[in-house]
Ligand binder design. Structure first.
Ligand code: GRF
Length: 216
């Protein structure tokens, strides 16, 4: 059983879907050992507490980036987590953090990387007039939103869309691909070679999620 640490700053809907996927047995080889937030009032932290999980607020006030990250890494190690899942964690990680968990940190981004890196990806997509956008789960490297891609899903962008309607449509796919990526990771189905991810899809029916022609 792999131990998972979740880092979040807000709503925590991706964390919740992963938790539900564990409860339902979809993710059968992973457990959440700690949920950490840099925001004391993050909804995700309360959800974690309500579910009897270890929920830790770590205050960033007055600390520089690496100093803060050293504290976070220490907590993750205290809970002996194998993997770190970023789920709406609104802080840039220091290289110390990334190096502490090399190839063991996943993030979800609300766009089809490498397009629209950084903040407000949905607004960027609307602003550019793209016809399709989507979501990406990727490994975290020292460059922002740039690591090896694990799973992606595509959604259409309509001319009537605004940032909110597109964000909603993308979020629905986020809630499919993040649990899927965690399932693949915890079943040892993922290999990284020369910056690319190779997945063993044997008997994984959810492969359809990534296919825009037939995916829901
Ligand atoms: C999601 O859109 C995710 O892609 C981005 O931050 C948002 C977090 O939402 N990284 P939630 O807190 O999981 O509801």
């Amino acid at each position: 059983m792999y131990k998972l640490a979740v880092l979040l700053s807000g709503r925590g809907s991706n964390f919740e879907t992963i938790l539900n996927a564990i409860k339902s047995g979809y993710i059968k080889n992973g457990e959440i050992v700690v949920v950490i937030s840099n925001k004391s009032d993050a909804r995700g932290l309360s959800v974690a507490r309500e579910n009897g999980l270890n929920a830790v607020f770590i205050d960033s006030k007055g600390k520089d980036r690496e100093e803060y990250d050293r504290e976070v890494v220490e907590v993750i190690k205290r809970y002996a987590a194998d993997y770190v899942l970023l789920a709406g964690y609104m802080r840039i990680l220091s290289s110390y953090f990334v190096r502490s968990f090399k190839d063991r940190i996943l993030n979800i981004h609300p766009a089809l990387l490498p397009s629209f890196k950084g903040l407000n990806a949905q607004r960027q997509a609307i602003g550019k007039g793209v016809r399709f956008s989507g979501a990406t789960v990727h490994f975290v490297t020292e460059n922002l939103d740039d690591g090896p891609i694990v799973v992606q899903a595509v959604v259409p962008v309509y001319s009537s869309d605004d940032e909110e309607s597109l964000s909603k449509r993308i979020l629905i796919t986020e809630h499919k691909i993040y649990p899927l990526a965690v399932k693949l990771l915890t079943e040892d189905r993922i290999k990284i070679d020369k910056g690319k991810v190779f997945v063993d899809w044997d008997e994984i029916e959810d492969f359809y999620i990534m296919n825009p022609k037939i995916g829901g």
